[in-house]
Structure formats: C-alpha cells, structure tokens
Design a protein around this ligand. Structure first.
Ligand code: ADP
Ligand code: F6P
Length: 466
C-alpha cells in the first residue's frame, strides 16, 4: 500500500490535547490516524535565521514533519496573501480583500521553499495530498523539482463564483497552478459548479460531466468530496465528557434554562455579529423566551494580527455588552461570550447539553461544528440544529432548520421554533442527520478522494453531484 503524505499549512498539534481549532486539522487528523502516513507542514512557529527548521516526530502511526517560517515568510505567505487576500475572496468578502504584489511573490516563494523541503522526504510510490488555499502552487513547485508522484489537492473553503475570484489579480495564475495537480477536490456541488464555470468561461477549458478537465494544456480530475466526521466517536466523547467537572459546573449555572450554543474560530466569515443581533431579535419579539434561554458563544481568536479580525472582535465585544445591558437581569446574562479553546470531550458534552446548535456562517466550506453538534446529541432527547444555507454542511444536513444569516427576523423565528420543537420531530430530524453522518463519514471522504487520486472510479454521493 502506497504511503500517504499529507501537506497542509496548519498541522494538528503534536502534543496530546487534540488538534487546533480549525476543520482542516480536525478532519485530516481523523482521516490520517487510521491509515498512518506522514503529515508535512508549518510548525506554527516563527523562527530566526539559523534556528533548526525541520522537526520530525512520531505519534502513533503518523509521522509529523514540521517546519518553522521566518517572520518575512509568515508576513507575506500566511498573514498576507493567504489570509488578507485569498481568505476574504474565497468567502465572498471582496470588500475586505487586500492585495500586495510582493505578498504574492512571497506566497509563491514559500510554496517553492516548502516543496523543496519535502522532496528529500518523498519515496517514489508516495501519494501526496495537499490541503487548502495556502498551498495552491505547491504541485507546480514539486513538478518543477522533478516529482512524478500522484498529487491531489483539496480546498476546505468555498470555491467562489468566477466574478468574485477574478477580483484577485493573479487569479489565472492560481487556477493554472491548480491544474498541475492530478485531482482537485472541493467540498460541495455549488463549489464544483463555480470551479467548472471558471475553467470553462474564464480559462477556455473543457470539463466532461464526470469531471475530466482539459485546461492550460493539462488534464486532471475534479470532484466534490464533502468532508465528514466520525459521529460515533463524537457521541461517545459527549457521553464521557458529561462527567467532567467543568461541564457539571456549567450545567449547575444553567439551572432549567435552555442553552443555545455556537462554537467558531473568531472569524468574520462565521457571521457572529448577525447571529448576536438575531438572538437580540428573539428576545425582543418573544418575551416568553427571556430568562428561559442562554446563548453561549465560544470563539477562540484566530489571525489576531490582521486588522479585519481586530475590528470584528471589538465590534462583537461591544454588541455582546449592549445586548446583555439591554436584556440582562441580576440573575441572568443572556449572552455568554468565551474565547477559550476546549478539549474535544468537553466541547462535545457542551453540544449535548445544548437545546439548539446555532451555526450560521455567512460563508463556510463545510463547517464541522454543525456535524459535531448533531453527533453529540442524546438520541432520546436531541437538540435542534439551526444552520446557515451558506455553510457547505447545509447541502447534506436536511434535518436542520436552514436559515439565511442576513435575515435577522427569520433567524429569530428559527431559534424560537427550535426551542419549542416537539420531541418526536427532533428525534426524526436527528435520526436522518445521524444516518447521513455515518454514511458520509471522514473515512468515506478520505477513501473517495484517494480512489480518485489513484485514478479509480469513486461513487459520487447524491449531495456532491454538480
Ligand atoms: P473552520 O475550519 O473554519 O475553523 P469548522 O467548523 O469546519 O470551521 O472546524 C472547526 C473545528 O475546530 C471543529 O472541529 C471544532 O470542534 C473545533 N473548535 C472550534 N472552536 C473550538 C474551541 N474553542 N475549542 C476546541 N475546539 C474548537
Ligand atoms: O478549514 C479552514 C481553515 O482555514 C484551515 O485551512 C485552517 O487551518 C483553519 O481553518 C484555521 O485557520 P488558521 O490555520 O489560520 O489558524
């Protein structure tokens, strides 16, 4: 069996305590811990010149090969082009997109530099699977270095409409670089349609109905591969985490009140402000819910050195304060707003304790939290998922109450409906979603992608057809 090499910018932390907040680290780690293989990427550290760079560590069947970046590389490749240019564009926030040509040069330089560090670690039969927008030019750099292995790429974020992508000045160069992979995967059918549209209308390429692409003088395979979770693992974590002291203490403070839970990296794509305001509208329009419900937002800060993140954070803090000031009582704080990172079992049992999972990004590639929330529920008395139509997960999770995060009143109505939904309806929605989560779990995602990468046919799930 060929060795699997995963390449991504963010690598799950090597020490115990679970992966970093972020769907890529969680999903990829779950996929890799069964097959074993090597995971190559950034160590998360900024190093001075002359410090040791590549560190190789073994954890179970996974070899982690991680590497530090210099301050300049970090600024241009990660903070600059990846997160100030690509991230907002991929999430339809062209208003926040910054572009600096030297950052793009740095992005290409770091991709080439990382590729050159990987080459000596590769064996001829290895299958290389590269993840996410930080590493679009990685295959091109490997090919230039003479690597002939099968190379796959998976985009964890949305693939935006061509009219949005073309706002990034080097868009054609980026998509041309994508065609250096043998297989390119996106999360959902709408993402796949957007990719096809770009290839056909912008690049003058062709795409067959089963995803064979001819463009920029190259041939490759594209497809939609929705990332999943291991639902039964989350379910047992939720049951075991319920015994944790922190979770007991939280339940004590809740009393008979219902809990609405949101968990996201503190990112503008997640729609936190709209969500806070819709919760305010619920309290305004449904006085019976006041004091009966608490909304808890867990949001570990991310990319805090970017202005857009700082601005959003201070706006949220003032909104949380304003809403709590307006509706709070001596014995009740409507919104609890927490920045901490939690252990997976604690998080799963907080999901289980919550009557509503409130997952309302403005745009999201998939959103694993939506899946984890459902998987963590008590099958006899499950909570209700309120889910944005703009999360990739909405393509699969038909048992959720689907909302438009821009529609504040619509969101408040969905919360109200979720809080008062009869148990039978909750159970039937939960059962439907649990079946899908089991049928399309993270190993299905991995195996389907790898099958495509080996050039074999893979079964397209109904939800992933273009
Ligand atoms: P993204 O990849 O954009 O961050 P996802 O919802 O797909 O969004 O993935 C986030 C992952 O990070 C989930 O597995 C979630 O459980 C985890 N996570 C998010 N916030 C926390 C936190 N505060 N503590 C621990 N894990 C977290
Ligand atoms: O899943 C989307 C994603 O952007 C990953 O690529 C990334 O690792 C994660 O969210 C967290 O962001 P960051 O790596 O910038 O902390």
């Amino acid at each position: 069996m060929a060795r699997l090499i995963i390449v991504s910018n963010r690598v799950a932390p090597i020490s115990e305590g679970g992966p970093a907040a972020g769907g890529l680290a969680v999903g990829v780690y779950d996929a890799l811990k069964e097959t074993g293989g090597m995971w190559f990427g950034w160590s998360g550290e900024i190093l001075g010149a002359g410090q040791p760079m590549l560190t190789v560590t073994q954890r179970g069947p996974v070899t982690f090969a991680t590497i530090g970046l210099t301050r300049r590389d970090y600024d241009q490749y990660y903070r600059g082009f990846s997160n100030a240019t690509l991230w907002p564009t991929l999430h339809y926030r062209s208003d926040l997109t910054e572009y600096d040509r030297s950052d793009f040069d740095g992005y290409r330089r770091v991709n080439a530099w990382l590729a050159a560090r990987l080459v000596p670690l590769l064996e001829p039969d290895d299958i290389v699977w590269v993840h996410d927008y930080h590493l679009i030019p990685f295959a091109e750099a490997l090919r230039l270095a003479g690597v002939r292995n099968r190379l796959g790429f998976f985009l964890h974020t949305p693939f935006p409409a061509a009219q949005v992508l073309t706002t990034v000045p080097p868009h054609a160069e980026l998509v041309r670089a994508l065609t250096c992979y043998d297989v390119v995967g996106v999360q959902t059918a709408p993402d796949l349609r957007a990719l096809v549209d770009y290839i056909v209308c912008e690049a003058g390429g062709t795409v067959t109905h089963d995803g064979r692409v001819d463009a920029f003088g190259r041939t490759l395979q594209i497809g939609a591969f929705p990332i999943g979770i291991y639902p039964d693992e989350i379910a047992s974590l939720a049951a075991s985490g319920s015994e944790d002291d922190v979770v007991h203490a939280m339940r004590d403070t809740m009393g008979a009140r219902k809990l609405i839970i949101s968990v996201d990296r503190l990112d503008y794509s997640k729609g936190l402000l709209e969500r806070f305001r819709a919760f305010e509208t619920l309290l305004e329009h449904s006085p019976a819910q006041r004091q009966q419900v608490t909304f808890m937002q867990i949001a570990p800060p991310t990319r805090a050195d970017l202005h857009a993140y700082q601005a959003m954070r201070s706006k949220l803090e003032s909104e949380a304060g304003r809403i709590n000031g307006r509706f709070g009582e001596l014995h009740w704080t409507p919104i609890r707003y927490i920045h901490r990172q939690y252990d997976r079992a604690v998080l799963a049992s907080v999901f289980r304790a919550a009557a509503v999972g409130y997952v309302t990004p403005l745009r999201d590639g998939m959103n694993l939290v939506a899946k984890e929330y459902v998987a963590a529920q008590d099958p006899d008395d499950p909570g209700v998922l309120v889910l944005s139509r703009f999360a990739g997960a909405a393509q699969q999770m038909h048992g959720a109450l689907i909302v438009n995060p821009i529609d504040r009143v619509g969101m408040a109505e969905a919360l109200d409906r979720a809080l008062s939904m009869p148990r039978d309806e909750r159970r039937s929605r939960y059962r439907d979603m649990m079946k899908m989560l089991r049928d399309e779990n993270v190993s299905v995602w991995r195996d389907d992608f790898l099958r495509a990468l080996r050039g074999e046919a893979w079964p397209l799930p109904e939800t992933a057809r273009a």
